[in-house]
Design a protein around this ligand. Structure first.
Ligand code: SF4
Length: 505
């Protein structure tokens, strides 16, 4: 049975070769992946871990006119406050009406854990339908119901006939996967099983009459539009400025761009099958969905890194253009854009050349950013990826080729990050939200790896990245003074040990 026919999605741990604990070079990482030793690596000590469910919630909370029903103890929903704020801001930035993320939880108690919580879940789904009248109800299955054996998939199936909303099961218990990237598959699995991707006659279009003399012309128009339409797949970490930059470039090639699956509505989802190409902006984000669309509708897909920096943006654009026979136009566009962008970044280059950096965060973005910055003379000391899986192979093959001496680690552990900062002493770090404080306490200025408030992709994005680095390097007195007055929580023996001494085979 294919993964797509199963009620419950597979986790990446069973679908792909992956790692959450690694230290070495990009070359050895690729060898280890081929030999199958990545999953055998582990840590004898973990400071913290992440839950895939929270990332699934981030995606679901953006969907228009939807309600989230968490089948969980109350605590699993603690993230939904800030998620609701950020998804609301994302809606406003995209010109959509500001609406709160509606959610409720079944609030499983000790009694439910003993007696089962299916009845509570049915009541919650029916209440959500009556109270909010949503188009979509996302039913999120967490650790507790999966441990006690509640059949959430069966409840979702049987409730479909009882409520007017589409009921979508999102099966993402935190304990089932070692990497949060499984969350993307869980969200997409719910969509592809429970949401229609084909337009409905009369609702979405007026069927053409073959006896009408205008029929051949109308059909030709329809076919032309479909053959020049791209579905661009976004992600929670990709803000509206990046979507606009990529749309600007693809539109300049005469292509029509539609963006899925975050911030979309049920009506928009029905258009997914009506495009010539599915384009992903991140290797580890969309393969599960895009392979499904190829299998189901014969739609080709394009997954080829992130359009960060000049070389990658050109390669990415030309690769997409090749599907439409527009390679020469894409090369010309890249020449024009690069010329403008090179002039714009010129003043930044003397200030960043030769600076030593550590880059950490999402596996593809960290690798792509490192390669792009190294091209302009930044010395990449280390790349720290939050996880690694087969989908990142091409990016790390490029890292191995262009940055053979850079250290590569797979780690979400803050103590290892702090140790690296103290021992490698970079001039600056480019890092994920939530880790800037650790860098500042060690006297190291930091720059955001991504933010939904600015551009990071294409030509506009690369100019902004360099501008941020110059700004961060311009005045480091805050970090210098903070480091003098902060007492680190680590013992001396750890500072003297190898950064990754807790990684075990
Ligand atoms: S790990 Fe499990 S219990 Fe904890 S927040 Fe995630 S789903 Fe809930």
């Amino acid at each position: 049975m294919s993964y797509y026919e199963q009620k419950i999605p597979p986790v990446r741990d069973s679908r792909l070769q992956l790692a959450d604990s690694y230290s070495g070079s990009a070359c050895d990482l690729l060898d280890c992946q081929k030999e199958g030793c990545l999953m055998r690596k582990n840590r004898s000590f973990w400071q913290s871990g992440s839950c895939q469910m929270s990332l699934t919630l981030m995606m679901a909370a953006t969907v228009q006119n939807s309600v989230i029903v968490l089948h969980s103890p109350a605590g699993c929903g603690s993230m939904l406050g800030p998620i609701g704020v950020s998804s609301n801001r994302g809606r406003v930035q995209r010109g959509l009406p500001p609406t709160p993320a509606n959610w409720l939880a079944t609030d499983l108690t000790e009694t439910d854990v003993i007696g089962g919580g299916e009845r509570k879940l049915r009541e919650a789904i029916e209440y959500a339908d009556r109270e909010f009248r949503p188009e979509i109800i996302f039913v999120v299955s967490t650790c507790a119901p999966n441990i006690i054996g509640d059949d959430v998939a069966e409840v979702v199936e049987s409730e479909k006939d009882k409520v007017s909303a589409k009921v979508v099961g999102l099966h993402c218990p935190g304990f089932k996967s070692r990497v949060v990237a499984s969350a993307y598959d869980a969200f997409y699995h719910g969509l592809l099983r429970d949401i229609p991707f084909e337009p409905e006659p009369w609702k979405d279009y007026v069927p053409l009459d073959p006896s009408d003399p205008k029929y051949p012309m109308e059909r030709a128009k329809e076919n032309y539009q479909k053959s020049h339409t791209i579905n661009l797949w976004n992600a929670t970490s990709i803000g509206v400025a990046d979507e606009n930059e990529i749309e600007r470039l693809l539109t300049a090639l005469g292509l029509k761009v539609r963006i899925f699956a975050e911030y979309s509505s049920l009506d928009e989802y029905r258009q997914i099958s009506q495009a010539a190409l599915n384009v992903s902006m991140c290797n580890v984000h969309d393969d599960y969905m895009l392979k499904y669309l190829e299998e189901k509708y014969g739609m080709p897909y394009y997954i080829a890194g992130m359009p960060i920096g000049f070389t990658e943006t050109r390669r990415w654009l030309v690769g997409i253009a090749a599907h439409f026979g527009l390679e020469a136009e894409a090369e010309k566009l890249a020449d024009y854009e690069e010329k403008l962008a090179r002039e714009a970044i010129e003043p930044f280059l003397p200030k960043v050349r030769g600076k030593r950096a550590i880059i950490g965060g999402g596996v593809v973005r960290a690798g792509a950013e490192a390669v792009a910055l190294a091209e302009f003379g930044i010395d990449i000391l280390s790349i720290k990826a939050y996880h690694y899986d087969d989908n990142a192979e091409d990016v790390y093959a490029e890292v191995a080729e262009k940055l053979p001496d850079a250290h590569v680690s797979v780690s979400t552990q803050l103590f290892e990050f702090s140790h690296q900062l103290r021992t490698l002493k970079p001039d600056f770090v480019i890092t994920h939200n939530g880790t800037h404080g650790a860098a500042a306490k060690l006297g190291v200025p930091s720059v955001q790896l991504f933010s939904t408030e600015g551009a990071f992709f294409g030509y506009t994005g690369f100019w902004q990245i360099l501008r941020r680095i110059v700004f961060a390097l311009g005045n480091t007195s805050y970090q210098t003074r903070l480091a003098k007055h902060i007492k680190q929580p680590y013992r001396d023996w750890y500072w003297e040990a190898d950064t990754f001494s807790f990684i075990k085979e």
